[in-house]
Design a protein around this ligand. Sequence first.
Ligand SMILES: [Zn+2]
Length: 559
Amino acid sequence: MQLKLYDTLTRKKRDFVPLDWGRDLPESERRVRMYVCGPTVYDFAHIGNARPVIVFDVLFRLLRHLYGEDRVVYVRNVTDVDDKINARATKLYPDESPDVAIRQLTEQTYSEFKRDVEWLRCLKPTVEPRATEHIVEIKEIIKRLKKSGHAYVAKSHVLFHVPSMPHYGQLSKRPLDEMIAGARIEVAPYKRNPMDFVLWKPSKPGEPAWPSPLGIKRPGRPGWHIECSAMAWKHLGEMFDIHGGGIDLIFPHHENEIAQSKCAFHIPRMAELWVHNGFLQLEGDKMAKSLGNVITIRELRRTENFGGRKWSGETTRLAMLQTHYREPIDWTVRLLEQSEARLTRWKEFAADRTVRKGNLHLMDAFFEAISNDLNTPAAFAEIDKAVNERGWDEDRYAVYQILGFLGFKRRKSRVAAAAEDLRKIIRNLGNFSQNDWKNFGLSVANRPTFKSGNFKPESKLIMAMEVVSELLHRLKGIGMLVGSSNELEALKRQLLEEALPAENQFEVEVRRLVHARDKARADRDFDKADQIRNELESRGVVVKDNADGTSTWELKKND
Ligand SMILES: [Zn+2]
């Protein structure tokens, strides 16, 4: 199966061949390398931020499937130095010193982001590097760019000089004047060219600051674009396989990453393929904080703000994948409802599986579609065909496998679930004491519960027995499906074995203690006898001493 991905740089769908697979490397040392721009941790991630997280998680899973789980290095960075962070931290924690305020804000936002993506059932990337931990690499790149004439110092800033790079703008392929207008580029008097962008800038008092490179006296901090060049370099090398992110990052962010990395390392390309996911709209409108038109992942997870109810991470995940990743998504309540119903159908279909063999044609059709530029709509249509039209036994197991690949929770098969229930009940039967058995049936008919309203053990037993007979009934049906009564026999033996020791061990232990106490009393060691009585008491056993020096015991009454 050949993975094809649409490459924004060449505007073509291209065969994906990892760089290491064309190198003279031992099989075990080959790696697939992917970098995806991650969150700026200043506020809760909105549902538009969830799109690249989910899309590239599926690509990560596909690469692991194709090349091996330990062969894929997926880096998703965390931007923890940024003007928006500074501004919000000061606003939220006006009484704290700026560095404490910033740390509080970024730590909190980042841990909330991690909860969000876990809820969306995304795998952890291999590395989640933070910008502030890569200042050394950032300065090294700046030094190299200055040395090769691509960067200059002006008013304590370091700027990348865009005209110094012959092919700037290849990713976005827009005329320069359009780029300038589109990006609302700041025209500053110290810039040699309006397109020049910041690699390093001086920090105002109270802002995070590091000693500046290139002999600049004022302490400063990195610009945004440089951090990704630095982190990709540190964790993936000068050139790597896939660079991903949202379509809104193409210009200027990714364009500038390319400029920095190509000019610092003198490489033909930064990444072999540039993969971008499309926009997300909210109920037909552009989602924008300024318009008050934003839904955060956290709101879907914890509130009823969207559609008057909470949603599951799985529903959200499937809803995001139902549209091809490059197409725009209109995020609506209707979309979530559809996705929820579809996922339930798939799961129920898979839960009815009775064979452990997947339909290879379905698997092939699914992976063929998903390997074709992550065509999830086509891949999901293959699942629907199996679920709604064919319904073969081997389709059920294939759907079970596909659900696992896509990161969805899977239900136990109904056979396994019934066996599990039965096991649980038999185990509970084993927990009833001899006394329970003795009293069984005496009072149930009159009063099934204690005054407290709790069921008496004997009532529970009767209920349990009813469930057992119900389950045996169901198992008989399934036994016919499996076609083997030996399996049923074996299961029964196993269940009985599990049930027995639980009761015996308790009794054996109680008898041992009672005997030890009798002996202590005979030896007139009353301290020891009392100690053992307490011990028995703590296990719910009451001991009564008989006149003849023997003793009897019973379980403490609950009533
Ligand atoms: Zn980036």
